[in-house]
Design a protein around this ligand. Structure first.
Ligand code: NAD
Length: 496
């Protein structure tokens, strides 16, 4: 811990003594007409330095730069884009230690999870880099007297808007395919966690031609909004809350932007009586309490079959009680501080809501006010929490709490499990634990979600589609799905 903190402080020193600004048209700038704010670390709510929230004029400048750079970048041979994106990935790996420590301090995610961040980010770049040379390829479709073929071209400059929960990883996941497709980018990072986005812009500055990557810090309601309205921007990819998706869809309507939304979830993990008990227990704990429960695919609703309910809940209570809460840089920490006091208070508010609605707070349910060896009570720390005796109609079962908080609900039959799983406005992911293959296949058909894992925690496979249905999103990322979003398909029909 001490060594992590020392290195983190060294990396953070330069942010402390300056105002972090934007990266527009190949230049780092504080822009014009913006306003500064303090960027707080959730570990103790002290400032990591000032950040400039940009103005609409700054966003306009970034969109114009992306527009000016577009033709040249889109026409750069795929093989050359591939080379540059691999170079980008190399630089991520070289700066892995810095990225992990800075990200952990900025967003509060434990270092045990963040230390892989740069490697995962680099993997995102390498995966899409390798696809760049083939991205324009289409189909050949034959008729009696005609031949049709399709070709694809980058859609244009795109806006990418990211959240604070795992900001670095998500930014790379969205931006890498856009660049590989030949789009230029304007990135609007989350206001609460700007630092890893700045590091990404620094690497872009070393590797990419000017104007290809632009980044404007600031708030959703002005610079974010402007990005979604700017006529030069042809598509917007948002990772954020469902309500933000609705706003952005309205904002982009006048310019008919293509939209891609990765939004919230209230994902069920369904454990049947015949599940592998220990593996299911591990997965249930991991999929809600890792990453502070601030993960879109976290399984925040446990649906537990009545035959094993008591034994499973007793074992779960023990595991939740033993989770180690601490400073995000402490390698032993399993649950760190929540990103910001406002979000922290929102999560704490659900403890009263649970009591009022008649659920039992079986474990946790308090803010942490006593220090341990690495935890400063001035930070946003709370006890990992388990609600039991809940029903699916309670707010704790319907609303995305986005913290280390699990709601357990019991069920008797397979039909009831399906009904409960689907009784939510969300449809991002689901997890099914059963040794019965037929049941797994039936559940896979019936549970409403963009992604299901059977007898597995959230395993990522970059060629597979990632995304949600219902209020959890529109569109898919991963593999060729990303290129479908970032590219236009043209059909050419030739008479023989
Ligand atoms: P948020 O919606 O508040 O903010 C996301 C981004 O949108 C921020 O950069 C914000 O500034 C911007 N924004 C807000 N209002 C805007 C507007 N009117 N116009 C343009 N931009 C605007 O989300 P958050 O609180 O930062 O992140 C947490 C949410 O993200 C959770 O709901 C979580 O489930 C979701 N999320 C989803 C996925 C997924 O893949 N489905 C992944 C991670 C997080």
């Amino acid at each position: 811990y001490a060594s992590n903190l020392e290195r983190a402080n060294q990396y953070l020193e330069r942010f402390k003594n300056t105002t972090t600004g934007h990266y527009i048209n190949g230049a780092f700038t504080l822009g014009s007409g913006g306003r500064e704010y303090e960027n707080l670390t959730p570990t103790n709510n002290t400032s990591l330095g000032k950040v400039m929230a940009g103005s609409v004029a700054d966003m306009d400048a970034a969109c114009e730069a992306a527009e000016a750079a577009f033709e040249s970048w889109a026409n750069t041979p795929g093989a050359e884009r591939k080379k540059l994106l691999h170079k980008f990935a190399d630089r991520l790996v070289e700066r892995a230690d810095e990225i992990a420590l800075v990200e952990s301090m900025d967003c509060g995610q434990p270092i045990r999870f963040m230390k892989q961040a740069a490697v995962r980010g680099a993997a995102n770049f390498r995966f899409f880099a390798d696809k760049a040379p083939e991205a324009q390829n289409g189909l050949a479709l034959h008729q009696d007297e005609h031949v049709n073929y399709t070709l694809r071209k980058a859609i244009g400059p795109v806006g990418i808007i990211t959240p604070w929960n795992t900001p670095f990883m998500l930014s790379t996941w969205k931006i890498a395919p856009a660049l590989a497709a030949g789009c230029t980018v304007v990135h609007k990072p989350a206001e609460l966690t700007p630092l890893s986005a700045y590091i990404l812009a620094e690497i872009a500055d070393e590797v990419l031609p000017k104007g290809v990557w632009n980044m404007v810090n600031g708030f959703g309601e002005d610079v974010g909004k402007r990005l979604t309205e700017h006529p030069a921007i042809k598509a917007v990819a948002l990772v954020g809350e469902s309500a933000t998706g609705s706003h952005i869809m309205r904002q982009g309507a006048a310019t008919l932007k293509r939209m891609h939304f990765e939004l919230g979830g209230k994902n069920p993990v369904i454990v049947f009586d015949d599940a592998d008990f220990e593996r299911a227990l591990d997965a249930v704990v991991f999929m809600i309490y890792s990453l502070n429960g601030q993960r879109c695919t976290s399984s925040s609703r446990l649906l537990i079959q009545s035959g094993i309910r008591d034994r499973f809940i007793t074992a779960l209570e023990q595991r939740v009680r033993n989770l180690r809460v601490g400073h995000s840089l402490d390698p032993d920490t399993e649950v760190g501080p929540l990103v910001h006091t406002e979000h922290y208070n929102k999560v704490l508010g659900y403890f009263d809501i649970a009591r009022q609605d008649g659920a039992t707070i079986a474990v946790g349910g308090q803010r942490i006010t006593t220090a341990n060896s690495t935890l400063d009570p001035a930070g946003n720390y709370l006890e990992p929490t388990l609600f039991t005796h809940a029903s699916n109609s309670m707010r704790i079962a319907q609303e995305e709490i986005f913290g280390p908080v699990l709601t357990a609900i019991s069920f008797d039959t397979e039909e009831e499990a399906v009904r409960l799983a689907n009784d939510t406005e969300y449809g991002l992911s689901g997890y099914i634990w059963t040794e019965n293959t037929g049941r797994a296949l039936r559940m896979a058909k019936q549970v409403e979600a963009g992604m299901l894992w059977v007898n597995s925690e959230n395993n990522r496979n970059l060629p597979s589609p990632f995304g949600g249905i219902k209020m959890s999103g529109i569109g898919r990322d991963g593999g060729d799905w990303s290129f479908d979003f970032y590219m236009e398909t043209k059909n050419v029909c030739i008479a023989q």
